[in-house]
Design a protein around this ligand. Structure first.
Ligand SMILES: [Zn+2]
Ligand SMILES: [Zn+2]
Length: 259
């Protein structure tokens, strides 16, 4: 069985088709999915999904691409993260690709999430794009990861270099690969995936975006995580069952959900 470690099934592209999406998860042996929050106003919808469906987990946090939105503080994140269906803080991080100008607010927001993760003892879901140096620096300064008494997390939808992956792994983090790794143009990322140990790997869709080959161009959904797993099995020369078992085990270990 596979687990989609990162999806947005509360988004309008998917929320209207929920029964079909859950059925397709079952058909593709996708046992669970983590629905990741992106803003505070949308958080109740994400939590409601996790409360209604035993195989959907949820997170709480504010995505770095949302500038004009309610800013979370540490106490609020910690309070909301105490809910048993909330397994992580995020998604948080830095994105210098989608936004430019003075992004100090993004760095401050990232620090708030890391502090909330340390206090709540719930792992971080980190989004980083064109900002890996600052991401790693702030992770170190704020004590993200296991090296400084914090909790680990995941570098989600990973597209950075092997050096960045290794630095995150060093801090106790997992590296999550999305449909991007299946794209023909993603040679360098495929080399990174070959080098990242299975024991540190998660799989995800980031749906509704980034549908993997052979579904590229369609609206992505958690059932498609199977194609990411199939691609990684070929790439690493291991049976599909091995990818399924190890990435699901990693998910349960990181997010503290029962095996
Ligand atoms: Zn993201
Ligand atoms: Zn996301």
């Amino acid at each position: 069985m596979f687990i989609d470690s990162h999806c947005h099934i509360d988004f309008p592209e998917l929320s209207d088709r929920l029964p079909e999406i859950l059925r397709k998860m079952a058909e593709n042996q996708v046992s669970h999915a983590l629905c990741v929050a992106v803003t505070m106003p949308e958080f109740p919808r994400v939590l409601a999904l996790a409360e209604a469906h035993p195989n959907i987990y949820a997170s709480v946090g504010v995505h770095p691409d949302y500038e004009d939105t309610e800013e979370p503080d540490v106490a609020t994140l910690v309070r909301l993260a105490a809910h048993p269906r909330i397994v992580a803080i995020g998604e948080t991080g830095l994105d210098y690709y989608r936004l430019s100008g003075d992004l100090d607010w993004q760095r401050q927001r990232f620090r708030t999430h890391i502090r909330a993760s340390r206090e709540s003892r719930k792992p971080l879901i980190i989004h980083t794009r064109s900002a890996s140096e600052d991401t790693l620096r702030i992770m170190r300064e704020e004590g993200a990861g296991t090296t400084d008494g914090g909790v680990a997390g995941v570098m989600h939808c990973f597209t950075e270099s092997l050096q960045v992956a290794e630095a995150a792994i060093e801090m106790g983090f997992y590296i999550s690969f999305s449909g991007i790794v299946t794209f023909k143009s993603a040679r360098e990322l495929q080399d990174v995936a070959r080098a990242v140990p299975l024991e540190r790997m998660l799989i995800e869709t980031d749906s509704p975006y980034l549908a993997p080959v052979p579904m590229r161009g369609k609206t992505n959904e958690p059932g498609f995580v199977r194609h990411v797993a199939e691609f990684l099995a070929d790439l690493k020369g291991v049976p599909l069952q091995t990818i399924a078992e190890i990435t699901s085990h990693n998910f349960r270990t990181l997010f503290g959900v029962p095996h």
